[in-house]
Design a protein around this ligand. Structure first.
Ligand code: SF4
Ligand SMILES: [Zn+2]
Length: 371
């Protein structure tokens, strides 16, 4: 992966700025603060790296949202108190964590707690340092064996992580990082996430030094890419991560939600989420190289506004079920076979000049449409 480009060619620098500006401009904050209670709670079972299947509680706390919300597909600011005065209340966060951990008789037992805040757990603007450590103490006292949080890598530094890990005591920590792509153009310009190769690799080293497990999210078909390019992007990203010794990866096929660049591109006929068969192809290709499981999330949702990856009406539900099953078992035999709707997929390399030119053209279309 090329190093973070201080020496970006001018057109790419312009493109990055245009996309980032648009992404921020499209975000809207609600008029009224949403109540200070988790916006999502769910229980399921997951397989730990040692093969053991355990219960998990997954909670998304109501927060003030991501402090770096530049990503072109991310809908989270639609769902939390982004931009609302008083939306970033540390007191409310702690209260929500306390309530989350207060075990009630009617809730399923769990050993893993996934605690998400629609952004970066270790960003001090989102969760102040002392509150991070206080949360670690609460989790440790609650008998949880494994805690999962998410963060951009630039916030995962030794001075921040060490006291947190110490406060967690026996609780094993996993940090999810949405790298999205190993390709610098795709990641930093098209997805427009603020992750450099340097900060990512430094965070991995800090985590390894403190016994923290990484889980890396990769997108399938970021905005501005074709399905054929998306497969290459996944394969090259998995290669890069494998080379770094990372085995915990999750593929996230893009869904299209309002108030995002992806949504505007879709409305203008310039982008569609990946075909489900593209997702299958990407998994097939990385599965051959990898002994590890590649899970899939985000394939269906209760959110009727968003547009999800799809295929034809005869196969789509079956493909989603098969992908979910594959996510649990990791058995290639669980991948769906075929359907007559499966489009011809021409897997192509990532030609940066051509992709940048296309992205600029697509932005022009949006501008002409008054976006
Ligand atoms: S960094 Fe994460 S939470 Fe923030 S905009 Fe990007 S995807 Fe969304
Ligand atoms: Zn079909």
């Amino acid at each position: 992966m090329p190093e973070h480009a201080i020496d970006l060619p001018m057109p790419v620098r312009d493109l990055r700025r245009r996309i980032g500006d648009l992404s921020l401009r499209l975000r809207t904050s609600g008029l009224q603060a949403k109540p200070g209670e988790p916006r999502f709670v769910d229980f399921d079972k997951i397989r730990l790296p040692n093969g053991e299947v355990v219960g998990r509680k997954k909670v998304i706390v109501m927060s003030g949202g991501c402090s770096v919300p530049t990503c072109t597909m991310c809908p989270f600011t639609n769902l939390n108190n982004y931009g609302i005065e008083g939306g970033r209340s540390a007191k409310s966060l702690l209260e929500q964590v306390r309530l989350t951990l207060a075990r009630t008789e009617d809730e399923p037992s769990y050993e893993v707690l996934s605690l998400y805040n629609d952004g970066s757990f270790f960003a001090p603007k989102e969760i102040p340092r002392d509150v991070q450590v206080e949360i670690a103490h609460l989790v440790a006292a609650a008998g949880v064996k494994r805690l999962v949080v998410e963060s951009l890598p630039q916030f995962v530094t030794e001075p921040v992580l060490r006291p947190f890990v110490q406060a967690l005591g026996e609780v094993r920590l996993e940090i999810g990082i949405g790298l999205q792509s190993a390709d610098v153009l795709v990641r930093e310009t098209l997805v427009n996430t603020r992750i450099t190769q340097k900060s990512f690799e430094r965070a991995l080293a800090v985590m390894a030094g403190l016994g923290v497990d990484p889980k890396i999210y990769l997108m399938v078909k970021p905005p501005f890419l074709t399905d054929g390019e998306a497969v290459t992007d996944v394969v090259e990203s998995v290669d890069y991560l494998t080379g770094l010794g990372v085995s915990g990866m999750t593929l996230c096929p893009t869904r299209v939600s309002p108030n995002t660049v992806a949504w505007e591109l879709w409305q203008a006929g310039q982008y569609t989420p990946p075909n489900l068969w593209t997702v299958v192809e990407a998994i097939r290709r990385v599965h051959r190289q990898l002994a590890v499981r590649v899970a899939c999330v985000n394939l269906r949702g209760s959110d009727f506004e968003s547009v999800f990856p799809d295929a034809c009406s005869a196969c789509a539900d079956g493909v989603v079920d098969a992908l979910m099953r594959f996510g649990e078992t990791g058995e290639a035999g669980d991948l769906p076979a075929d359907c007559s709707c499966r489009p011809l997929l021409e897997v192509t390399g990532l030609d940066h000049a051509a992709i940048a030119a296309r992205a600029a053209q697509q932005l022009n279309v949006l501008e002409q449409a008054g976006v």
